[in-house]
Design a protein around this ligand. Structure first.
Ligand code: HEM
Ligand code: HEM
Length: 307
């Protein structure tokens, strides 16, 4: 179903994407500074929602700031869901708005349990992974509410096998798996070996995905933009990963946290979210521009000519 473009809703969704980048950075700073348990209670911090500044030093300031930015995101997302419910005609997008509300509440509870359960039961890993999913949901809402998405667009045929939809979906799935392995290592649940091998698989998969996109859709500008973003982000992420590993290994005996380690690990975590979001946008782009085989068959049997 085509919907009416509301510039205000789209701009607000973009603002939430930026806010979430700040939140991802704040969260990654908590982990890299080893500040997760600097505030031992939850949902309050030191027994209050507004603890006195004298209690908020070092790690406690980082952890409490992360909580505040997250709580504000929660309020912002409820408003976004209300805007979608009020102004957007698409039931699926309204549902995505509700999913974002449920996701941010779930994420907040996971964060709280991470503290209360003293980082056990893979809770910090789940919290890190849900953060990336939340980011991807908000980026998708911004994409769906854009003027570009809502206009009439030319459709491009894809008769090759495997279909482009399967390839880009597999690519996004593999990147998410890599994020999971990275979080498992970052939170001391597994060794770094699976993540390092995983990075080679991700690199190969992104190169394959991008070259398939180029071969099948050489002149489609948005698809070219998507594959260039995937290429540059995976390259950057690979270098940052080498930097993160190097900084962890070389500062292992130094008094922690070392600024070089913080910088590499935080940026690597945040760019990981960018790469995952780019892979999701690539999936959505393909679904928007390339009819699936079943859609083509349906259109043909109804006597319509597929693009
Ligand atoms: C609602 C949105 C939230 C988002 C998107 C979010 C995101 C993140 C991210 C990206 C990290 C870094 C993970 C990593 O570096 O591996 C993190 C860490 C953390 N977050 Fe959140 N967070 C949210 C809410 C909360 C809340 C409400 C709490 C409440 C206590 C919380 C507590 C923590 C803790 C303790 C860590 C550090 C875990 C560790 O070092 O092992 N988060 N968060
Ligand atoms: C190319 C694809 C890659 C992706 C998508 C990726 C993604 C990530 C993400 C998202 C995290 C943090 C997870 C969390 O939120 O807790 C992480 C952690 C990490 N990654 Fe990667 N990574 C990649 C490649 C690499 C490479 C090539 C290396 C090194 C050879 C590497 C080394 C690390 C290290 C050392 C950490 C943990 C940082 C710490 O100790 O705090 N990564 N990775």
């Amino acid at each position: 179903m085509m919907a009416t473009y509301h510039p205000g809703v789209h701009k607000y969704a973009l603002f939430l994407v930026l806010w979430t980048v700040v939140l991802l950075t704040a969260g990654a700073l908590v982990t890299s500074n080893d500040a997760a348990l600097a505030v031992a209670d939850w949902p309050t911090s030191f027994g209050s929602f507004f603890p006195p500044l004298r209690l908020l030093a070092g790690g406690a300031l980082i952890e409490h700031t992360h909580r505040v930015i997250a709580a504000v995101l929660g309020v912002f997302i409820i408003l976004l869901a209300l805007l979608l419910w009020r102004y957007d005609e698409r039931p699926s997008l309204k549902k995505l708005g509700y999913a974002a509300v449920a996701g941010v509440i779930f994420q907040g509870i996971l964060g709280g349990l991470t503290v209360i359960q003293l980082l056990h039961y893979w809770l910090p890993v789940m919290h890190a992974c849900t953060a990336e999913i939340m980011f991807a949901i908000l980026v998708s809402i911004a994409f769906f509410t854009s003027h570009w998405y809502m206009q009439e667009l030319p459709q491009y045929a894809d008769s090759s096998s495997p279909s482009i939809h399967s390839i880009v979906t597999f690519n996004a799935f593999l990147i998410f798996l890599q994020v999971l392995l990275g979080a498992g290592f970052r939170h001391h649940y597994i060794s770094y070996v699976p993540h390092v091998f995983g990075s080679l698989a991700v690199l190969a998969c992104v190169i394959w995905t991008a070259s398939t996109l180029r071969r099948r859709f050489p002149d489609v500008k948005p698809i070219s933009l998507a594959r260039l973003s995937l290429h540059s982000l995976v390259g950057l992420q690979f270098l940052l990963g080498l930097g993160a590993l190097w900084s962890r290994l070389t500062t292992a005996d130094a008094p922690q946290p070392m600024p070089v380690m913080i910088a590499f690990t935080v940026v690597h975590t945040v760019v990981g979210a960018f790469l995952f979001a780019a892979s999701i946008i690539t999936v959505l782009l393909c679904y928007r521009l390339v009819p699936r085989k079943t859609e083509v068959i349906f259109a043909t049997t109804k006597g319509e000519v597929p693009a």
